[in-house]
Design a protein around this ligand. Structure first.
Ligand code: HBI
Ligand code: FE
Length: 437
């Protein structure tokens, strides 16, 4: 498509002064400026700006009539005050070259005060989004978003505690240095940090039988028996990885805080879980406004040890690769309601499967009580549900089982449009794409 240059204001003024109606259209052609040229006469998508010194109702009616008479399909139309005078109307259309010229010709005949008719190749909506294609590309997926920073946010329990802030920054800087292939460095946790860990570990233990799903309890038991998770010491990420590798192939990778949903979800496609390394503030051991190591280890790790939950997390990750912003939002919401705050039914009782609940004493009790609303998990509905991220959820979704949630999610995946499908190769830890026809 040959696209003519946009009129300069001066050029428009000149047109406005000298010419009217039909002549403008001819002038544009006479100048050798091509309105539109396609290699063939097939339909083309384009945008057109039409300017007039006339008022909105007249001009709008004329445009619509002209486009319609010439069989031009309008996908979107909007108007704004003209740069020079009157009105500019922008329309996204689909037509052949012949139809478009006919529409322009109708419009110039109908409308005396037309001052410009400019055609642009329409920007494609399908902007190609970069995404990691090999596990090493995750080095480029560590974009953090700032939310609940102890440096600036008074709601953060560490706000104003310089020592805590410095410690958190030290650990985050160290995490940022991590690159694919590096050995994960052991962290020398302080006695205060070990004490916070122990306090949370022991208090949550009281709720395990009554409030957590069997997958969580079974895996936690193995983690404890193998000495990976103990109440006295914060485990090292390397040791946790050894365990996860043999269970589901998941691995933890250090990250420096709350990541963008796109980066965070992309890593799940490779069975990589980006993990914070700092701990919540010791004054508020049973609640953290942001993900911290206790949440990752006590909430997520036992669940990532389950083959079905691991598969479900990877599926969400694979669905996110190259997805539109809108679909990323939906997937992040599904992830939120199932992997972070999901419930299931066991023996007629509500039990937590979500890591956000499994690592938060207060909300775990709240979620399984009669106070909040409970609805059946259905990805179509769940994906567009608004959620609360600085208080307890007023609504939780309940799956029959993890198996059931996975089945529903896979069905949902097939409805998410993407111009390609992705295949994960676990041997090379890479992604292949196949263009959909
Ligand atoms: N970043 N580090 C980290 N940990 C999470 O659990 C996390 C995240 N970013 C986004 C996110 N979780 C979810 O709320 C979804 O948006 C994917
Ligand atoms: Fe989490």
């Amino acid at each position: 498509i040959g696209v003519r240059r946009q009129n300069t204001i001066q050029h428009r003024k000149q047109l406005n002064d000298q010419m009217r109606g039909q002549k403008i259209f001819q002038q544009l052609n006479d100048e050798g400026i091509e309105l539109i040229f396609a290699a063939n006469e097939g339909c083309i998508e384009f945008s057109v700006i039409m300017s007039s010194t006339d008022t909105l109702p007249n001009f709008f009616t004329d445009i619509i009539n002209s486009l319609k008479s010439a069989n031009v399909q309008i996908a979107h139309i909007e108007s704004r005050p003209g740069k020079v005078a009157g009105l500019d109307v922008l329309a996204d259309c689909r037509a052949t070259k012949r139809e478009l010229i006919e529409a322009a010709s109708f419009l110039t005949k109908l409308h005396n005060s037309l001052t410009a008719f400019s055609v642009f190749k329409k920007k494609s909506n399908e902007v190609e989004v970069w995404f990691p294609r090999h596990i090493s590309d995750l080095d480029r997926c560590s974009k953090c978003i700032t939310k609940y920073e102890p440096t600036t946010d008074p709601r953060h329990p560490g706000h104003g505690d310089e020592e805590y802030i410095a410690r958190r920054k030290f650990l985050n800087d160290q995490a940022l240095e991590f690159q694919f292939g590096d050995e994960i460095e052991n962290v020398d946790y302080t006695e205060t940090e070990h004490a916070t860990w122990k306090a949370v570990y022991e208090k949550l233990g009281d709720l395990h039988e009554s409030h957590t799903c069997s997958v969580y309890r079974d895996n936690l038991k193995v983690l404890q028996e193998e000495g990976v998770l103990t109440s006295d010491r914060i485990p090292q990420m390397r040791d946790v990885n050894k365990f996860l590798q043999k269970r589901t192939g998941f691995e933890l990778r250090p990250c420096s805080g709350l990541l963008s949903a796109r980066d965070f979800l992309a890593s799940l496609a490779f069975r990589v879980f980006q993990t914070t390394t700092y701990l919540r503030h010791h004054k508020s051991p049973h609640h953290s406004p942001e993900p911290d190591l206790i949440h990752e280890l006590l909430g997520h790790v036992p669940m990532f040890s389950d083959p079905l939950l691991a598969q479900m997390s990877q599926d969400i990750g694979l669905m996110s690769l190259g997805a539109s912003d809108e679909n990323i939002e939906k997937l992040a919401t599904v992830y939120w309601f199932i992997v972070e705050f999901g419930l299931c039914k066991e023996d007629g009782k509500l039990k937590a499967i979500g890591a956000g609940l499994l690592s938060a004493y207060g909300e775990l009790i709240h979620a399984c009580s009669n106070t909040p609303e409970h609805r059946d998990f259905d990805p179509v509905v769940t994906a567009v549900q608004k959620y609360e991220d600085d208080d307890y959820q007023p609504l939780y979704f309940v799956a029959d089982s993890i198996h059931d949630a996975l089945a529903k999610l896979r069905k949902y995946a097939s409805t998410m449009d993407r111009p390609f499908s992705v295949i994960y190769d676990p041997f090379t830890k890479s992604i292949e794409t196949i263009k959909s026809s």
